[in-house]
Design a protein around this ligand. Structure first.
Ligand SMILES: [Zn+2]
Ligand SMILES: [Zn+2]
Length: 303
């Protein structure tokens, strides 16, 4: 099961009632955070995210609303009891940006590793058994969308195991893909008690960008697509193009085309004081659209 939370949903600047866009994903007690604008450490605490669980920080791009909270976040994590490494992943320039921002947080009680995505092309890496794919987006600066994939264990058939005389305490070992030896010496292989694969759980996070070719394939079949909704009103189309952002309706169209199960809109313009007022603009195109709010959360368990 994968827990997903948006502690903040704002774009550009933090507001009294809206923290900056970020996304917390937690799987088996290990967490990934995407982006850390100003005040993100407070947003995380308000949403009940345990900073000591954070192992990976993915940065979409180096605009202040996605990175300026880094020093405060690192220092706050230092007070959480964390001693295991934190890996930062981001576009080209990561080392320079992190070095500059962390002048005021030089000594931390845990190691920080940097993983710079040097080329602006799609790729994939694995962290703590979770696959992290990235796709170049279309913004003013290099910017990546991220897709988190959690593979699920295959279907276990207890009737098959019982017929073979496998004691119940050994079920777990077989389900984890290891053979077991019974008391009479027989070896039972996992494929003798498994009933096929389960679809993985996929969450896709794309902001800030204009609609890009490739995003539909990237987000294909996602259990949850989190995509930017900088502007709700379709009248803002020209401004969205000029600023390198998307409308609610752009994201809804992509969600529909990629066959996502649900869409969360985030990264609202500070001028968009009531994003909910434009829900229908997106829901007319893609019904399972949710105009997200700070602290929204879901546990995804797959099909
Ligand atoms: Zn932004
Ligand atoms: Zn930006």
């Amino acid at each position: 099961m994968l827990d997903v939370c948006l502690p903040g949903t704002g774009g550009m600047i933090p507001l009294e009632n809206r923290w900056l866009t970020c996304c917390w994903l937690e799987y088996q007690g290990k967490a990934i955070l995407i982006d850390c604008g100003e005040g993100t450490q407070i947003a995380l605490k308000e949403s009940g995210c345990k900073l000591s669980h954070l192992n990976t920080l993915l940065i979409t791009h180096y605009h202040a609303d996605h990175i300026a909270g880094l020093p405060g976040l690192l220092l706050t994590i230092g007070n959480s009891g964390k001693t295991s490494p934190l890996t930062l992943v981001g576009p080209k320039g990561l080392e320079q940006v992190v070095t500059a921002l962390t002048v005021i947080s030089p000594a931390l009680p845990y190691p920080v590793y940097l993983c710079e995505i040097k080329e602006e092309k799609a790729g994939e890496l694995t962290m703590d058994g979770v696959s992290i794919a990235y796709l170049p987006l279309n913004h003013w600066v290099p910017c990546f969308g991220y897709r988190i994939t959690v593979n699920r264990k295959p279907i276990f058939n207890p009737q098959k195991a019982a017929r073979l005389g496998v004691p119940v305490p050994l079920y777990k070992t077989l389900h984890a893909g290891q053979p077991v030896q019974l008391e009479d010496g027989r070896i039972v292989q996992p494929d003798m008690v498994l009933d096929g694969e389960r679809a993985p759980i996929r969450v896709c996070y794309c902001t800030d960008t204009q609609p890009v070719e490739g995003m539909t394939d990237f987000a294909r079949g996602a259990d949850l697509l989190i995509s930017e909704g900088m502007y709700g009103d379709n009248e803002m189309e020209e401004k969205a193009k000029e600023k390198g952002h998307m409308l609610f309706s752009d994201s809804a169209r992509i969600a529909k085309e990629c066959g996502a199960k649900r869409l969360w809109l985030t990264h609202f313009s500070p001028a968009l004081t009531k994003p909910d007022a434009f829900s229908e603009t997106a829901q007319r195109i893609f019904a399972p659209t949710v105009v997200a709010h700070d602290g929204i959360r879901i546990t995804l368990s797959g099909d």
